[in-house]
Every structure is written in structure tokens, then in C-alpha cells.
Design a protein around this ligand. Structure first.
Ligand SMILES: [Zn+2]
Length: 182
């Protein structure tokens, strides 16, 4: 995994925290091995999910959410550094035109280790490049999601833009219609 690919990594961290039951009115979107395997496939993670992983991933998800919810720089750096413990080693990838720092997983790494390393690198990369103010709660009043904003202008407002942004637009539209009929 490329150390400078924080946009990809932070996107996975955001997707992971937004599978939590608190974001879906109690329904966990990663309840079991099958859903975790599908999540790993969707993000092309190189390891298979094993029976102990769902619970371990739930703990990791809570840790990452806690970091996003308390975005002080020193706390983010300390917390994200701890998430990088499954690192196997650092090397240079020369397979594309451009040489990149890459980090590998230690041998025998699990899906939880993989997600932990990705979240750690994503958070550290965003703090380094964009700053601690990029860790935010969803702006939709009814949503309890959170996200890491890796957009260039830094004005992202919703955890799931297609979903939460649309909900807010629909609510605003209804409010305008209601006002027009008064
Ligand atoms: Zn949201």
C-alpha cells in the first residue's frame, strides 16, 4: 500500500465508520463474516476475512470513530500511529512511472490488521497534508455518521453525500413547498 495514497485510505476509514449501527438506526452493516468479506472485496483488500474478524473489526471501527469524533492533532497522530502496528516493512514501489513509498503488512496479517493499517495511514496522511479540521460529523441533522474530508476545497458536508446530501435537499424542498402553500 502506497504511503501517499491517503485519499483512498481515508475513504475506506470513512466507509468503515459509517457501517456502524449508530449510523443506521441500530442496524449493523458489517454484522458477520459474509458482510465483512463483501466489504473487503469491495475495497480490494488482499486478505480473506476469518471468523474472529467481525468482532475485532467492530472494535477497530469504534476506535476510528472515536478518533474522528475528537480531532485534536496530537490525539489523531497518537491514535493513528497505534493503528499502524501491523506494518511489515517499508519499501519503494517502482512499478509505475513514479517511485512511491509503500508499506506492507506483516506476514499472517488478518483483515482487521489490514483495515487497521489502512485507517492509520489514511488518518496520518490527512493530518499531514490537510490538517485535523478535516475530521467531521455529518452535516445532515438526522444522521449520526462521520467522515474524513479529503476534497481539495475541504467543504464536504455529509458522510454519504449521495444519501445524506439528498435527504437534506428533499427536506429543504419540502419545507419550501410547505412555505409556498401557506
Ligand atoms: Zn450522513
Amino acid at each position: 500500500m502506497a504511503l501517499d495514497d491517503y485519499v483512498w485510505a481515508a475513504g475506506i476509514a470513512t466507509d468503515l465508520v459509517n457501517t456502524a449501527p449508530e449510523v443506521w438506526h441500530g442496524e449493523d452493516k458489517l454484522p458477520d463474516l459474509a458482510s465483512l468479506a463483501a466489504f473487503a472485496d469491495l475495497h480490494s483488500l488482499p486478505v480473506r476475512a476469518r471468523p474472529g474478524d467481525p468482532r475485532a473489526v467492530h472494535r477497530l471501527r469504534a476506535t476510528v470513530r472515536d478518533l474522528i469524533d475528537h480531532p485534536e492533532q496530537a490525539r489523531l497522530i497518537a491514535g493513528a500511529s497505534a493503528l499502524t502496528s501491523p506494518t511489515g516493512g517499508i519499501t519503494l514501489d517502482t512499478s509505475s512511472d513514479r517511485r512511491r513509498w509503500t508499506v506492507s503488512l506483516r506476514p499472517g496479517a488478518t483483515v482487521t490488521d489490514t483495515l487497521s493499517l489502512i485507517c492509520g495511514i489514511g488518518i496520518l496522511g490527512v493530518v499531514q497534508t490537510l490538517g485535523a479540521e478535516r475530521f467531521r460529523a455529518c452535516g445532515a441533522p438526522t444522521c449520526r455518521g462521520a467522515f474524513i474530508d479529503t476534497t481539495r476545497p475541504g467543504r464536504r458536508r455529509y458522510c454519504m453525500p449521495g444519501l445524506c446530501g439528498n435527504r437534506v435537499n428533499v427536506a429543504n424542498h419540502r419545507a419550501r413547498q410547505a412555505a409556498a402553500h401557506e
